[in-house]
Design a protein around this ligand. Sequence first.
Ligand code: C5P
Length: 313
Amino acid sequence: MKSYTLIAPAKINLHLEILGIRPDNYHELVMVMQTVDLADRVKIESLSTDDIILHCGHPQVPLDRTNLAYRAAELMQQEFPTAFREYGGVEITMHKQIPIAAGLAGGSGNAAAVLVGIDLLWELGLTQSDLQQLGATLGSDVPFCISGGTAIATGRGEVISPLPSLEGIHVVLGKYQSLEVSTPWAYAAYRREFEYEYALDPDGLAARSHRVHSGDLVRAIATQDAVKIGQRLYNDLEKVVLPAYPLVSQLRAEFQRHPHLGTMMSGSGPTVFGLASSQSQAENLYHQVRAAIPDPDLELFVTQFNDRGVRVV
Ligand code: C5P
Protein backbone atom coordinates (compact mmCIF):
# COMPACT_ATOMS: atom_id res chain seq x y z
CA MET A 1 0.00 0.00 0.00
CA LYS A 2 1.23 3.49 -0.87
CA SER A 3 1.96 5.88 2.01
CA TYR A 4 3.23 9.41 2.60
CA THR A 5 4.90 10.89 5.67
CA LEU A 6 4.46 14.61 6.24
CA ILE A 7 6.00 17.16 8.56
CA ALA A 8 3.45 19.56 10.09
CA PRO A 9 5.18 22.50 11.82
CA ALA A 10 3.94 24.55 14.77
CA LYS A 11 3.17 28.26 14.34
CA ILE A 12 3.52 31.27 16.60
CA ASN A 13 1.77 34.63 16.26
CA LEU A 14 4.12 37.62 16.04
CA HIS A 15 1.01 39.84 15.94
CA LEU A 16 -2.61 39.01 16.78
CA GLU A 17 -5.07 41.88 16.68
CA ILE A 18 -8.83 41.60 17.02
CA LEU A 19 -10.59 44.15 14.84
CA GLY A 20 -14.28 43.36 15.11
CA ILE A 21 -17.01 40.77 14.97
CA ARG A 22 -18.25 39.17 11.74
CA PRO A 23 -21.76 38.16 10.69
CA ASP A 24 -20.73 34.49 11.25
CA ASN A 25 -19.83 35.43 14.88
CA TYR A 26 -16.13 34.82 14.32
CA HIS A 27 -13.74 37.69 14.90
CA GLU A 28 -12.20 39.74 12.14
CA LEU A 29 -8.45 39.49 12.73
CA VAL A 30 -5.14 40.73 11.46
CA MET A 31 -2.25 38.47 12.41
CA VAL A 32 1.37 37.93 11.51
CA MET A 33 2.07 34.20 11.61
CA GLN A 34 5.35 32.33 11.63
CA THR A 35 6.14 28.61 11.38
CA VAL A 36 8.94 27.08 13.47
CA ASP A 37 10.95 23.85 13.25
CA LEU A 38 9.09 22.15 16.11
CA ALA A 39 6.74 19.83 14.22
CA ASP A 40 4.53 16.76 14.28
CA ARG A 41 5.01 13.85 11.87
CA VAL A 42 1.89 12.50 10.14
CA LYS A 43 1.85 9.26 8.11
CA ILE A 44 -1.04 8.61 5.70
CA GLU A 45 -1.69 5.21 4.17
CA SER A 46 -4.46 3.76 2.02
CA LEU A 47 -6.73 1.16 3.57
CA SER A 48 -8.49 -1.67 1.77
CA THR A 49 -11.70 -0.77 3.66
CA ASP A 50 -13.72 2.50 3.68
CA ASP A 51 -12.64 3.44 7.22
CA ILE A 52 -10.75 6.39 8.64
CA ILE A 53 -8.42 5.05 11.34
CA LEU A 54 -6.39 7.39 13.54
CA HIS A 55 -3.39 6.34 15.67
CA CYS A 56 -1.58 8.56 18.14
CA GLY A 57 0.50 7.68 21.17
CA HIS A 58 -0.45 10.89 23.01
CA PRO A 59 -3.06 10.16 25.73
CA GLN A 60 -4.86 13.51 25.29
CA VAL A 61 -5.33 13.25 21.51
CA PRO A 62 -8.81 11.95 20.57
CA LEU A 63 -8.98 9.34 17.80
CA ASP A 64 -12.55 10.02 16.63
CA ARG A 65 -14.24 12.80 14.68
CA THR A 66 -13.58 15.31 17.46
CA ASN A 67 -10.02 15.28 16.07
CA LEU A 68 -9.62 17.83 13.24
CA ALA A 69 -7.33 15.40 11.36
CA TYR A 70 -10.19 12.87 11.27
CA ARG A 71 -12.56 15.56 9.94
CA ALA A 72 -9.99 16.49 7.29
CA ALA A 73 -10.05 12.90 5.99
CA GLU A 74 -13.86 12.87 6.11
CA LEU A 75 -13.96 16.13 4.14
CA MET A 76 -11.75 14.63 1.41
CA GLN A 77 -14.04 11.57 1.19
CA GLN A 78 -17.08 13.85 0.77
CA GLU A 79 -15.42 16.19 -1.74
CA PHE A 80 -13.81 13.49 -3.89
CA PRO A 81 -16.21 10.51 -3.86
CA THR A 82 -14.81 8.99 -7.07
CA ALA A 83 -11.24 8.93 -5.73
CA PHE A 84 -12.54 7.64 -2.39
CA ARG A 85 -14.28 4.73 -4.17
CA GLU A 86 -11.10 4.00 -6.13
CA TYR A 87 -8.53 4.33 -3.33
CA GLY A 88 -10.57 3.40 -0.22
CA GLY A 89 -10.17 4.67 3.33
CA VAL A 90 -7.09 6.04 5.10
CA GLU A 91 -4.99 5.18 8.11
CA ILE A 92 -3.39 8.19 9.80
CA THR A 93 -0.56 7.87 12.33
CA MET A 94 0.40 11.03 14.22
CA HIS A 95 3.65 11.43 16.15
CA LYS A 96 3.11 14.49 18.33
CA GLN A 97 5.96 16.81 19.28
CA ILE A 98 3.86 20.00 19.43
CA PRO A 99 2.09 20.40 22.78
CA ILE A 100 -1.68 20.15 22.42
CA ALA A 101 -4.20 22.97 23.15
CA ALA A 102 -1.19 25.27 23.28
CA GLY A 103 -1.91 28.13 20.82
CA LEU A 104 0.63 26.60 18.42
CA ALA A 105 -1.88 25.25 15.82
CA GLY A 106 -0.79 21.64 16.38
CA GLY A 107 -4.28 20.27 15.61
CA SER A 108 -4.70 22.55 12.58
CA GLY A 109 -1.28 21.47 11.28
CA ASN A 110 -2.23 17.80 11.57
CA ALA A 111 -5.44 18.48 9.60
CA ALA A 112 -3.41 20.40 6.99
CA ALA A 113 -1.06 17.40 6.66
CA VAL A 114 -4.02 15.06 6.13
CA LEU A 115 -5.36 17.25 3.29
CA VAL A 116 -1.94 17.42 1.61
CA GLY A 117 -1.31 13.69 2.18
CA ILE A 118 -4.66 12.54 0.76
CA ASP A 119 -4.21 14.83 -2.26
CA LEU A 120 -0.96 12.94 -2.98
CA LEU A 121 -2.32 9.49 -2.10
CA TRP A 122 -5.33 9.91 -4.37
CA GLU A 123 -3.32 11.72 -7.10
CA LEU A 124 -5.84 14.58 -7.14
CA GLY A 125 -3.37 17.27 -8.28
CA LEU A 126 -4.92 20.01 -6.11
CA THR A 127 -3.18 23.41 -5.97
CA GLN A 128 -2.08 25.00 -2.70
CA SER A 129 -4.97 27.42 -3.05
CA ASP A 130 -7.48 24.52 -3.54
CA LEU A 131 -6.13 22.86 -0.39
CA GLN A 132 -6.33 26.13 1.55
CA GLN A 133 -9.95 26.62 0.53
CA LEU A 134 -10.78 23.13 1.80
CA GLY A 135 -8.73 23.78 4.94
CA ALA A 136 -10.63 26.99 5.72
CA THR A 137 -13.84 24.96 6.16
CA LEU A 138 -12.12 22.95 8.92
CA GLY A 139 -10.53 25.75 10.96
CA SER A 140 -9.22 29.29 10.68
CA ASP A 141 -5.51 28.31 11.07
CA VAL A 142 -5.50 25.39 8.60
CA PRO A 143 -4.81 27.48 5.43
CA PHE A 144 -1.74 29.10 7.02
CA CYS A 145 -0.47 25.69 8.22
CA ILE A 146 -0.52 24.48 4.59
CA SER A 147 1.70 27.30 3.25
CA GLY A 148 3.64 28.22 6.43
CA GLY A 149 6.64 30.56 6.52
CA THR A 150 5.98 34.19 7.45
CA ALA A 151 2.58 35.62 6.46
CA ILE A 152 -0.17 38.08 7.25
CA ALA A 153 -3.48 36.36 7.97
CA THR A 154 -6.73 38.33 7.80
CA GLY A 155 -10.47 37.59 7.76
CA ARG A 156 -11.04 34.81 10.30
CA GLY A 157 -7.33 34.07 9.89
CA GLU A 158 -7.85 32.09 6.68
CA VAL A 159 -6.86 34.78 4.13
CA ILE A 160 -3.09 34.45 3.72
CA SER A 161 -0.64 36.98 2.23
CA PRO A 162 2.97 35.76 2.28
CA LEU A 163 5.71 37.99 3.69
CA PRO A 164 9.48 37.71 3.06
CA SER A 165 10.80 34.72 4.97
CA LEU A 166 12.89 35.27 8.09
CA GLU A 167 16.06 33.36 8.82
CA GLY A 168 18.30 33.06 11.85
CA ILE A 169 15.71 33.88 14.50
CA HIS A 170 15.62 31.34 17.31
CA VAL A 171 12.72 30.67 19.65
CA VAL A 172 12.15 29.29 23.15
CA LEU A 173 8.63 27.99 23.76
CA GLY A 174 7.25 27.40 27.25
CA LYS A 175 4.03 25.61 28.13
CA TYR A 176 2.68 24.03 31.30
CA GLN A 177 1.71 20.54 30.18
CA SER A 178 -1.44 20.37 32.31
CA LEU A 179 -2.63 23.88 31.43
CA GLU A 180 -5.05 24.35 28.53
CA VAL A 181 -6.82 27.52 27.42
CA SER A 182 -10.01 27.17 25.40
CA THR A 183 -9.82 29.30 22.25
CA PRO A 184 -13.62 29.94 22.15
CA TRP A 185 -13.42 31.06 25.81
CA ALA A 186 -10.53 33.47 25.08
CA TYR A 187 -12.36 35.13 22.18
CA ALA A 188 -15.66 35.29 24.09
CA ALA A 189 -13.91 36.82 27.13
CA TYR A 190 -12.21 39.37 24.87
CA ARG A 191 -15.53 40.27 23.27
CA ARG A 192 -17.23 40.75 26.64
CA GLU A 193 -14.54 43.17 27.76
CA PHE A 194 -13.47 44.96 24.60
CA GLU A 195 -16.38 44.88 22.15
CA TYR A 196 -16.77 48.64 22.63
CA GLU A 197 -13.42 49.06 20.79
CA TYR A 198 -14.43 46.99 17.72
CA ALA A 199 -14.47 48.61 14.31
CA LEU A 200 -18.08 48.63 13.16
CA ASP A 201 -17.96 49.35 9.43
CA PRO A 202 -15.89 47.92 6.55
CA ASP A 203 -13.86 51.16 6.22
CA GLY A 204 -12.90 51.06 9.90
CA LEU A 205 -11.87 47.40 9.61
CA ALA A 206 -9.85 48.06 6.44
CA ALA A 207 -8.09 51.04 8.04
CA ARG A 208 -7.00 49.02 11.08
CA SER A 209 -5.87 46.11 8.94
CA HIS A 210 -3.91 48.51 6.69
CA ARG A 211 -2.11 49.92 9.76
CA VAL A 212 -0.59 46.47 10.33
CA HIS A 213 0.20 45.85 6.65
CA SER A 214 2.18 49.10 6.49
CA GLY A 215 3.32 49.11 10.14
CA ASP A 216 6.61 48.70 11.99
CA LEU A 217 6.51 44.91 12.39
CA VAL A 218 5.98 44.25 8.68
CA ARG A 219 8.72 46.80 7.85
CA ALA A 220 11.06 45.06 10.31
CA ILE A 221 10.28 41.73 8.61
CA ALA A 222 11.00 43.22 5.18
CA THR A 223 14.39 44.50 6.41
CA GLN A 224 15.12 41.31 8.43
CA ASP A 225 15.55 43.44 11.57
CA ALA A 226 15.33 40.84 14.34
CA VAL A 227 15.74 43.39 17.16
CA LYS A 228 12.76 45.46 15.93
CA ILE A 229 10.69 42.31 15.37
CA GLY A 230 11.31 41.41 19.02
CA GLN A 231 10.18 44.88 20.10
CA ARG A 232 6.98 44.88 18.01
CA LEU A 233 5.36 41.60 19.15
CA TYR A 234 1.66 42.04 19.98
CA ASN A 235 -1.28 39.85 21.04
CA ASP A 236 -4.71 41.22 22.06
CA LEU A 237 -5.65 37.91 23.70
CA GLU A 238 -2.98 38.47 26.38
CA LYS A 239 -5.39 41.06 27.84
CA VAL A 240 -7.82 38.33 28.88
CA VAL A 241 -5.63 35.21 29.20
CA LEU A 242 -2.87 36.67 31.41
CA PRO A 243 -5.22 37.95 34.17
CA ALA A 244 -7.15 34.65 34.18
CA TYR A 245 -4.04 32.41 34.18
CA PRO A 246 -1.43 33.70 36.68
CA LEU A 247 0.96 30.84 35.76
CA VAL A 248 1.12 32.12 32.16
CA SER A 249 1.63 35.66 33.37
CA GLN A 250 4.46 34.54 35.72
CA LEU A 251 6.09 32.50 32.95
CA ARG A 252 5.99 35.51 30.63
CA ALA A 253 7.54 37.69 33.35
CA GLU A 254 10.28 35.09 33.89
CA PHE A 255 11.16 35.10 30.16
CA GLN A 256 11.41 38.89 30.32
CA ARG A 257 13.97 38.81 33.15
CA HIS A 258 16.63 37.39 30.81
CA PRO A 259 18.34 38.86 27.75
CA HIS A 260 16.62 38.09 24.44
CA LEU A 261 14.71 39.89 21.67
CA GLY A 262 11.15 39.83 22.99
CA THR A 263 8.42 37.74 24.60
CA MET A 264 4.74 37.17 23.80
CA MET A 265 1.96 34.63 24.27
CA SER A 266 1.12 32.66 21.11
CA GLY A 267 -2.48 32.61 19.83
CA SER A 268 -4.97 32.05 22.66
CA GLY A 269 -2.16 30.58 24.77
CA PRO A 270 -1.07 29.25 27.09
CA THR A 271 2.31 28.92 25.28
CA VAL A 272 4.71 31.80 25.87
CA PHE A 273 7.57 32.31 23.41
CA GLY A 274 10.80 34.27 23.54
CA LEU A 275 12.74 35.25 20.40
CA ALA A 276 16.53 35.05 20.39
CA SER A 277 19.17 36.33 17.98
CA SER A 278 21.27 33.13 18.11
CA GLN A 279 21.11 29.49 19.12
CA SER A 280 23.31 30.23 22.15
CA GLN A 281 21.06 33.11 23.31
CA ALA A 282 18.05 30.76 22.97
CA GLU A 283 19.82 28.02 24.94
CA ASN A 284 20.78 30.50 27.68
CA LEU A 285 17.17 31.67 27.90
CA TYR A 286 16.00 28.04 28.06
CA HIS A 287 18.43 27.24 30.93
CA GLN A 288 17.64 30.45 32.84
CA VAL A 289 13.87 29.87 32.69
CA ARG A 290 14.33 26.19 33.56
CA ALA A 291 16.51 27.08 36.58
CA ALA A 292 14.00 29.67 37.80
CA ILE A 293 10.98 27.33 37.31
CA PRO A 294 12.10 23.74 37.99
CA ASP A 295 8.44 22.54 37.86
CA PRO A 296 8.45 19.33 35.72
CA ASP A 297 5.01 20.33 34.40
CA LEU A 298 6.66 23.19 32.48
CA GLU A 299 7.73 22.01 29.02
CA LEU A 300 10.38 24.12 27.28
CA PHE A 301 11.53 23.80 23.68
CA VAL A 302 14.31 25.49 21.71
CA THR A 303 13.46 25.87 18.04
CA GLN A 304 13.82 28.39 15.20
CA PHE A 305 11.85 30.15 12.48
CA ASN A 306 11.43 28.25 9.23
CA ASP A 307 9.97 29.17 5.87
CA ARG A 308 7.81 26.13 5.15
CA GLY A 309 4.38 24.74 5.88
CA VAL A 310 3.38 21.11 5.57
CA ARG A 311 5.92 19.14 3.56
CA VAL A 312 6.49 15.55 2.49
CA VAL A 313 9.56 13.67 3.72
O1 C5P B 1 -11.56 28.42 13.47
P1 C5P B 1 -11.33 27.66 14.72
O2 C5P B 1 -12.22 26.45 14.84
O3 C5P B 1 -9.90 27.33 14.97
O4 C5P B 1 -11.76 28.63 15.91
C1 C5P B 1 -11.95 28.17 17.22
C2 C5P B 1 -12.84 29.17 17.96
O5 C5P B 1 -12.12 30.39 18.20
C3 C5P B 1 -14.09 29.58 17.25
O6 C5P B 1 -15.12 28.68 17.51
C4 C5P B 1 -14.37 30.95 17.83
O7 C5P B 1 -14.97 30.82 19.10
C5 C5P B 1 -12.98 31.51 18.03
N1 C5P B 1 -12.50 32.33 16.90
C6 C5P B 1 -13.04 33.59 16.68
N2 C5P B 1 -12.60 34.32 15.62
C7 C5P B 1 -11.65 33.84 14.79
C8 C5P B 1 -11.07 32.57 15.00
C9 C5P B 1 -11.54 31.84 16.07
O8 C5P B 1 -13.89 34.06 17.44
N3 C5P B 1 -11.25 34.58 13.76
